[in-house]
Each structure stands twice: as C-alpha cells, then as structure tokens.
Design a protein around this ligand. Structure first.
Ligand code: SAH
Ligand code: SF4
Ligand code: F3S
Length: 449
C-alpha cells in the first residue's frame, strides 16, 4: 500500500457502445475530482477498472478474457479490480463469484459512489478482508446532469441527453442493464454544447439508448437537436441511437433543413419479417419501416442511411430471412451492422422463446447478408466518385501516418495523402473523391477551375 500522499493510479478500459465511452469520461471526471490520477499503463495502476458491455456473447467473452489477464498482475502486487457498466449490472452474481479477482462492481447509475467504493476496497485489502464493494441499484432519475465529463481529445464531443430504455425489445438486455428512460434538463444540455464549442470541439453527438424519445416538459428531440445545432462554433451535430418509432415529421424536417445537422440517420431495422419483428417487440412492420425510409428520402434524396440487423432470431425460417435479405436489397442502406442473434439471460426472448436456429445457419445468414451489404456499400460509395465533398478532418489514418483521415457529412471515412493535402484535425476541407471501396472514400485536392 502506498503512503497517503501518493496518489492512487487508475487505469480504465472501455468496451461497448458510445454511451460507455461517454460514461467513462464521467467516471474519469468523478474520480479526478476526488484526487485519483489516471494512467494508460496497466502495470502502473493501483486500480484497474473495466467499463463493460453485455449486448452479445462475444462482448462478454472479451471482458472475461481481459479479466483473466489481470489474475497474474493481482498475484504480483496489491491491486483493486473494478467492473463497471452493463455487465456489472446484469451479472452481479456471476462476477462476484470470480473470486478473488473482482473487488468493486458498479452499475451505470452508481458512478457517484465509485470513489468511496474504491477506497473501501483498498482499505479492505490492506486489512486482509478482501471484501467486495457492490453498487448496482438502478435509478429512475440519475442523468449525471451536473458532472462535466473529462472528455477525450478529438473533434467530437459526446453528450448523453437521455439514459435507459423502456422498449423491451425481446432480444435486448439494455432495459435491464440501464434501467428506465429518463431525459436530462434541456437548458443544461445547451449550456454544455456552448462550453464544448468554446473548447474547440467541432462536432457534437447526442447520445441515448433511445435518443429520439427524448422528452423534457415541452422539449422533444426535434427542439433539442435544433437548439444544439444553433450553438455557434458547432459545425456538425449527429445523434445515436434512434428508434424508428420516434420520427415525427418535425424531427425529419429539423434533420433535413438544418445545415449543421448531418444528413445521416442510423435506423435499426433488425428484421424484414413481420412475424419476427413482432416477436422482437419492435412495434413496426416491414411496410411501416419502408414508408419511413420513403418519407425520409422524399425530403432529402441524398441522406445517408445505416442500420442494424439480427440474423437467426428465435424461429427465423429461411423464408423469413429471405424477407430481410429482400428488404436490404430494396432499401440499399449505405452501411449496416449485422449480428448473429445471441441469447441474453433474463430477456423476454430468453424466457419465452427458443434460441433454435443452429449456429451454422446463423453464420450462413450473416455471411450472405454481409456479402450483399458489402456490394451495396461499394456501389453507394462509388456514387461519390468525381464529386467534391466537405470533410471534417479527424487526424491520421489508422493504417498509415502518411495519410490523413476525416469523415463526410454522412459519416463515411475519407482518406488522403498528407503530402498532397495539408490539414489539421478540426479543419473542414473540400476534397475531391477519386476512388472508393465498400468502407472508404479516397480523396485528392479538388481541381482548380
Ligand atoms: N438502442 C439501440 C441499439 C442498441 S444495441 C436501438 O434500439 O437501436 C445495438 C444493436 O445490437 C441492436 O440494434 C441490435 O441489432 C443488436 N443487438 C442487441 N441485442 C442483441 C442480441 N441479443 N443478439 C444480437 N444482436 C443484438
Ligand atoms: Fe435494446 Fe430495443 Fe432499447 Fe434498443 S430500443 S436498447 S434494441 S430494448
Ligand atoms: Fe453494451 Fe450497455 Fe452499450 S450492453 S451496447 S454498453 S448500453
């Protein structure tokens, strides 16, 4: 144990969705306020925290793998291990059984207690008690509205505008790990957007498990996103993840008409079969979803649409999968996240339905849908050839520091040679697209007329 004056070093690893990224920024802020110091190196840390995701089996496995790596570290020196986030909430019993690895468990609504939980766990280790510290109560009110997140550097800042989900899609664990829907005070959100602009961020992404069901008094999501987009200095506003059921015309009009709101909508479809959609409790039909896409495209033909799809949900027949395939072929999304159904404990599907599509059939369906979508994405991206588009510069390309990387308004990755185009992160540049793959647009300096 360190002397009292030596600060406690914390290493935080984040898994899962953007909401978890944001929550990790909240956790950093809460712990720094309390005197904790953060380190990027596991080896230097007195406390290792994992902010976890429970959405699918492979998300779980990833966390278990990381946890088992900590066993060795923990044998070598005093170390407090904490599991935060959705797995902590959902798998309290299972996780505390991994004796004696996990010392602290804190669910998504319990982060204010974290400094106290960590100190108690450290003390208990010194005393040789090795007691576990648990805080997994869900709250109907917690929005962390008064906590200024300790933001990651970059061009984008996240703001969680609502938390929780009341939709209870039958496959999904989120309503159990994140609790009931609650929206944050709008004035506080707009104030935070102003502060973000002053700090030099160029883009804000509004977050919520069900972001477009935001409601606070007279404020709905259309009003909120417009107010955020009106903040001077913010060039782009995005939002994720919306549900198709909450797209009134006012929201569509806000998106298509406000110059600072990106012309991009993520519209999770999940399945093209009405029977499966109903078993999933998605509350829309194939026809209604298609009508929404038509309404959006009538307002703005060049809008970029992406989606989420699940293959092999309980009882999905070949014919029902074919309906999904056909709808994807017909709608031609710009991109899609395609998942194998993964049964989650305690969900409605786990309790009432049978996970009866075999693993090879799930794999085959995912592969077929993936191949279809890759071709569509390729063709969609090639529609940008020989056009000049505004690109928000983010930094270096992942593969090579000799290349710059940014995003189009539609959130498509754009790459260019830095020796041909010089730019700084945060710059908005006009670039000519000369090549495209299914995932990336390749840009050059636009020709001078
Ligand atoms: N709140 C968001 C999505 C959250 S999870 C929404 O409703 O759109 C992101 C995606 O993970 C979902 O859209 C769904 O496609 C997928 N997903 C969720 N639970 C899953 C499960 N049990 N098995 C496979 N995919 C799942
Ligand atoms: Fe899960 Fe459905 Fe809520 Fe999305 S809307 S988080 S898929 S329950
Ligand atoms: Fe995962 Fe929880 Fe997000 S389950 S996807 S981290 S809301």
């Amino acid at each position: 144990m360190k002397a009292k004056s030596t600060p406690t070093h914390v290493h935080l690893e984040t898994f899962g969705c953007q909401m978890n990224e944001y929550d990790s920024e909240l956790v950093r802020s809460l712990l720094k306020q309390d005197g904790f110091v953060f380190t990027d190196e596991r080896e230097r840390a007195d406390v290792i925290l994992m902010n976890t995701c429970a959405i699918r089996e492979n998300a779980h496995n990833k966390v278990y793998k990381h946890l088992s790596e900590l066993k060795k570290l923990k044998r070598q020196r005093p170390l407090v291990v904490g599991v935060l986030g959705c797995m902590a909430q959902n798998l309290k019993e299972e996780l505390t059984d991994i004796q004696p690895l996990v010392d602290v468990l804190a669910g998504p609504d319990a982060y204010r207690q974290l400094p106290m939980l960590i100190r108690s766990a450290m003390l208990s280790q010194v005393e040789g008690l090795n007691q576990k510290e648990l805080a997994v109560d869900l709250s109907e009110y917690e929005t962390y509205h008064d906590i200024v997140p300790d933001r990651n550097d970059g061009v984008n800042a996240w703001i969680a505008v609502m938390r929780g989900c009341d939709n209870f899609c039958s496959f999904c664990v989120v309503p159990y790990t994140r609790g009931r829907e609650r929206s944050r005070v709008p004035e506080g959100i707009v104030q935070e957007a102003r502060r973000i602009a002053e700090q030099g961020f160029k883009q804000i992404t509004l977050l919520g498990q069900n972001v477009n069901s935001y409601r606070f008094g007279d404020w709905d999501f259309a009003r909120l996103i417009t107010a955020v987009a009106d903040v001077p200095g913010i060039e782009r506003v995005r939002f994720t993840s919306p549900h198709p059921k909450d797209f009134p015309l006012s929201l569509l009009e806000a998106v298509v008409s406000h110059p600072n709101i990106c012309k991009q909508i993520h519209l999770p479809l999940q399945s093209g079969s009405d029977r499966i959609l109903s078993l999933m409790n998605r509350t829309y039909t194939n026809k209604e979803y298609r009508a929404l896409v038509d309404r959006i495209r009538t307002l703005r033909a060049d809008i970029v649409l992406s989606t989420d799809l699940i293959c092999g949900f309980c009882g999905e027949s070949d014919a029902e999968f074919a309906e999904t395939y056909r709808l994807v072929e017909e709608i031609r999304f710009h991109s899609a996240f395609i998942f194998k159904y993964s049964e989650r404990k305690n969900t409605i599907a786990a309790r009432k339905l049978s996970d009866d599509v075999s693993e090879p059939v799930k794999t085959d369906r995912v592969t077929r849908l993936f191949d279809l979508q890759r071709n569509i994405s390729y063709e969609r991206n090639r529609e940008y050839l020989e056009t000049t588009i505004p690109v928000l510069v983010e930094g270096d390309a992942k593969r090579s520091a000799a290349q710059g990387m940014g995003k189009s308004d539609g959130n498509i990755t754009v790459i260019w040679d830095k020796c041909a185009i010089s730019s700084q992160p945060g710059d908005m540049v006009s670039l000519a697209i000369y090549d495209a793959s299914s995932t990336t647009l390749y840009a050059a300096r636009p020709p001078v007329n």
